[in-house]
Ligand binder design. Sequence first.
Ligand code: PEP
Ligand code: MN
Length: 347
Amino acid sequence: MILPKTNRLTAEQLTEITAIVGEFGCKIQPIIGAVRTIYAIVGDERDELMINRLEGLAYVDRIDRIQSPFKLMDKRSDLASHRLQLGGVKLGEELLVIAGACTIDPKNPNYFYETAAAVKEAGAQVLRGGVWKPRTNPYAFQGDVKSLDILMEASRRTGLPVDTEVMEDSHIKLALEAGVHSLQVGARNALNYSLLRSIGRAIAEKDTCVLLKRSIHMGSLAEFISAAEYIAAFGNPNVILCPRGTTPTLDGYRNHPDESITPLLKEKTWAPVVIDPSHSVGKAVYVPACALAAVAYGADGLCIESHVSPSHGIGDDPKQAVTPDVLAKIIKQAKQLWTLRHGPASA
Ligand code: PEP
Ligand code: MN
């Protein structure tokens, strides 16, 4: 829909926009109002080049799109009835909890094995553990490929599927070969389109899930859903949206908590929303409230950092990992809240 700056276009302007949209197989239908005339684009209006050319015209105020730019992830797409399954949970039917250490310590694997067993006991259905870590400080521990074996051994011991972050093609390959069930795209890489494409391509024929974090820098909803679309476009739409707090930070928290965007996301996309309260607030003591707020906002799940002995953890664990007993309490209360909101779990 083209909205001109004036009440109606001149004959020359109408000829010009008709010619532009004609190049993209579309037509113009004027909608004549008492005061203002607006111009509907009839046809597939999703071509970015066409929109850019129209937006570049001095007499065009703005273009309102009727069609969604997310062909697959849009709530009105045919995929809207698609249900993701992870850890025996059908998302949307039961609260999904992903929990585990921020970073696997390759020198002390027992902490991770004990954490894996403990988060399972607490009620988590998926185990998380960082093998490769994106660190702000280049001299901080960057992860170690040896941790991939530890992650998969913990998966075998507990029977839990696992989630880990991948940052480059070699990680994707190794993680998929090892049998990782969910590839995490971190907040720093949420706009790395070549990585998103590589993941999409690599999982196109598989049922692997992707936990896509929201970009740190206040990514708009459209930007976030478009990042998911990059992956889904290759054929596997199993993308979970994971808000994890944005900058600028709220004084006292690590980031600015953003679980409140859940209902807005759910209006636009059918993709499940799993909130990460740990990176959002960044301190273990605030995690339970943030997790419950997320469920109240309608989240389908939670991704929580937990460690049997946070002070012995590496990466974020000393600051933000909750102990398994706290995790168990969060899960219990979150499930009660889930039931209040959705009725008893159908799974
Ligand atoms: C993490 O999950 O440990 C992590 C680094 O997450 P984020 O990308 O959200 O910072
Ligand atoms: Mn972390």
